[in-house]
Write a protein that binds this ligand. Structure first.
Ligand code: COI
Length: 353
């Protein structure tokens, strides 16, 4: 399938790479493609970044039938541009599509479209330390209709945003708050895919966390409210008595690609990650016994984010004396080293542009 390219008549000034935060600046162009039952996915095009005109009755606005992905492009020291495991993102995109009754995309075509968009937008890949070009593929339901059913028509788009750290703390430890009041997902629901509603459902809890001085929410399982699931924008790892533990993928947790990368690296280093259910009580007990050595999150936006404090009920668990833990640093250094092309990549995770 051909992709038409319409270039913007005006190019924006590039932002100062050193002052970049997350998700506020967008590039000059975007990729767009439409779906109809008659034509399937069609009309693939790269065109100037701009608003999507839609009828107020458009289904995505009412029933939230939408999915998205998050991946990054990295500028290397030799001025090359690297993607990191992008096939995994498009594979997960299709898993999300299936669960949200959205027609699958051709993964190889989507990756090719992304590469063509990046070729047009290459100047936007920032090179200041710790920065990257965040990539947001999205599909939204486009039928103008108010009945509740799956839409017949869809828009697939990809937008790009030069970013710095996701958290204002950068790589300094963040503080997370365990909510007992709210749940994020339940078995049989959609917590294991990237759909907008999961994030909308997290907002009240996030607001409460912020008011209490915490960066993010640590979610417990939706049934017993005992087992740790994930943090708002990351998967979570604990190091207890030298064992690295992460909650098993029980159906209500997002299968993070950075999570998978941590698991594979740890196995290669001879310290396999245990994937199992872990209750918040176990975390509290490990802390009380002095065995909770580290806690960190993993995600595309957050990369590896050390956790320096967890609050559960009235108890505050300080972790690691405000320092970045050994494992968090080791994973962060290796993953970013591979992404920026500074260390070897035996698994072939990097896809150069
Ligand atoms: C990501 O890590 O890419 C995410 O999608 C998390 C968040 C920014 C929604």
């Amino acid at each position: 399938m051909d992709i038409s390219i319409t270039r913007s008549a005006f190019l924006k000034a590039l932002p100062d790479g050193n002052g970049l935060s997350f998700g506020t600046v967008f590039t000059d162009h975007m990729f767009n493609m439409d779906y109809s039952p008659e034509k399937g996915w069609h009309n693939s095009r790269i065109e100037p970044y701009g608003p999507i005109t839609m009828d107020p009755s458009t289904m995505v606005l009412h029933y939230g039938q939408s999915i998205f992905e998050g991946l990054k492009a990295f500028k290397t020291d030799s001025d090359a541009v690297n993607l990191f495991r992008p096939e995994e993102n498009f594979r997960r995109f299709n898993r999300s599509a299936e669960k949200m009754c959205i027609p699958r995309i051709d993964e190889a075509f989507a990756l090719d479209a992304l590469k063509q968009l990046l070729a047009v937008e290459r100047r936007w890949v920032p090179f200041a330390p710790g920065t990257s070009l965040y990539i947001r593929p999205t599909i939204i339901a486009m039928d103008p209709f108010l009945g509740v059913r799956a839409s017949y028509q869809y828009r697939f788009f990809i937008i790009l945003s030069p970013v710095g750290p996701y958290y204002k703390e950068g790589f300094d430890p963040v503080k997370i708050w365990v909510t007992e009041k709210y749940v994020r997902a339940v078995p049989g629901g959609v917590g294991d895919v990237k759909t907008a509603g999961n994030y909308a459902a997290s907002l009240c809890a996030s607001e409460e966390a912020h008011k209490k001085g915490y960066t993010q929410v640590l979610w417990l399982d939706g049934v017993e409210r005992r087992y740790v699931e994930e943090v708002g924008s990351m998967n979570i790892f604990f190091v207890i008595d030298d064992e690295i533990i992460t909650p098993a993928l029980t159906g209500s947790i997002l299968a993070g690609i950075t999570r998978d990368t941590v698991i594979r690296l740890a196995a290669r280093w001879g310290n396999p990650v245990t994937q199992r259910r872990i209750s918040i009580d176990e975390v509290m007990e490990a802390h009380a016994a002095g065995k909770l050595q580290e806690c960190f999150g993993s995600g595309t936006a957050a990369v590896i984010s050390p956790v320096g404090e967890i609050k559960y009920k009235d108890t505050v668990l300080p972790i690691g004396n405000g320092e970045v833990g050994m494992w968090a640093k080791r994973f962060f250094d290796r993953i970013t080293g591979i992404q920026y092309g500074r260390v070897e990549d035996p698994e072939g995770w990097v896809v150069p542009l």
